[in-house]
Design a protein around this ligand. Sequence first.
Ligand code: FAD
Length: 484
Amino acid sequence: MKTRNAVVVGGGLGGLAAGVRLRAAGWQVTICEAGPTFGGKMNTWSKDGFTFDTGPSLITMPWVFRDTFAAAGARLEDHVELIPLDPICEYRFDDGMRFDYGSQLPDWLATLRKIAPGDVDGFFAFLNLGARLFEVSEATFFRRSPFEAPAPGEWRALRHVPLRHGWGNYRKAVEHFFQSPYLRQLYSRYPTYVGSSPYLSPATLAVIPYIEYAFGGYAVRGGLYGIVEGLLSIAREKGVELRSSTRVARILTSGAKANGVELENGERIAADVVIVNGDAEFTQGLLGKPVPPPRSRSMSGFVQLFGLRQPLKGIREHTVCFSADYQREFSQIFHHQRFPDDPTVYVNAPGNGTTLFVMANAPGVGDASAVWTDSMAASARQRVFDRLGLAGFPDFRGDVVVSDTWTPARIESSYLTPGGSIYGSDSHGWRNAFLRPSNRNPDVSGLYHVGGTTHPGGGTPTVLMSAAIVARQIGARQIGARKP
Ligand SMILES: Cc1cc2nc3c(=O)[nH]c(=O)nc-3n(C[C@H](O)[C@H](O)[C@H](O)COP(=O)(O)OP(=O)(O)OC[C@H]3O[C@@H](n4cnc5c(N)ncnc54)[C@H](O)[C@@H]3O)c2cc1C
């Protein structure tokens, strides 16, 4: 049988996963990545002996990662070691309250009984809502594009659809289940995992805290970029052609069928299918058609990396220092499209505590490079340190020997992601949350979309799910691990 060729436009996590899956199914695969390194937003930065993840710092749904490696006949555990996080995070509030969000139920219940005894039942009810949403999503939304007909057995999953509280506003659902202001703020944080505001997202996102609690949060020993390196080594071993610093300028078509790509230097690569891993917003442009106005975009981030002379003592691996006024923070980001005066600050101190990843949410809109001048970055840096100081986070500034700053403008230009928006469109409202750009292009046959800006959405596990969906749609045999 004739070998079929696939070209993948972009070597982010989704592009690599789709490429490896198709190669394992016998396709010739070429991955063209515009940047100098592979991994896209899941990337790494090193200087003077310090190495940092510049993107994800926590993953969940580990079986999705195992499944991706297994589809290529490999074992995740032979490439990376996942470390379950316990506690998942320490939360620090504006009034001085602090506690660990323990991943072991007895520990977390003990904390709950201390800080909010009246919310224990609400916690279980909230988990129950998330669990039902998960059962439905797992059987449907996570496995196929919204416009694909469900398999007959999948209808059964619909019995889990939560009719009460599942359809309203996320923040209102949180307020229904929790009375404690601490728990309201903690559980309101989860829509930010998909770059969205708790005040504008649907309650169905309650599936995210359930997933994290039920299946755990994980770090990777030596850094999450190990997952990208694992996929790259499988890709090389299996003969995927990996081309970095190779930007695709155009998708070639014949009639309404994609048949290859043209690179910036004019070189053409013929293909039976083209898979776009770059931002779905750009596809029309790559097809030479007018680009439609963007949907409202998810958040970007203001990220600072610090390498320290000595380990920072007395902190957890993950800490969130909440702003005093969460509603105002999201209003400034989404309504006023500016960096908040009082940002919530997330600090990840992996391993031995000499490298810090410090992130605050930022708007993912507009012309990021015009907004993010040096003085804007300096002002944002000051606000981040003000919040860390108010939260009692140890002042490490005297120990910094290496540092680097990633503004939304740098995120935008490094990963070709408009506005520096990390998760494609935001998840506000039903259309944005559930009808994301389809994995199979509706207008051009042989053209597919993979990655966080498409179905089922942003975040590393869902990106890997999109690769599984695309590989199945293209017809690659699915072998792989299943959820335990
Ligand atoms: C700061 C930060 C923190 C994050 N934290 C987490 C976290 O804790 N947990 C989590 O699960 N997720 C997190 N994420 C999100 C996660 O990193 C992304 O959802 C995921 O990595 C996106 O993968 P993707 O396949 O969509 O591709 P992307 O990473 O968007 O990669 C697409 C690639 O396509 C390339 N490309 C685009 N156009 C072209 C072209 N024309 N020609 C060639 N190449 C092109 C780009 O250069 C890019 O490398 C975070 C992201 C960031 C930035």
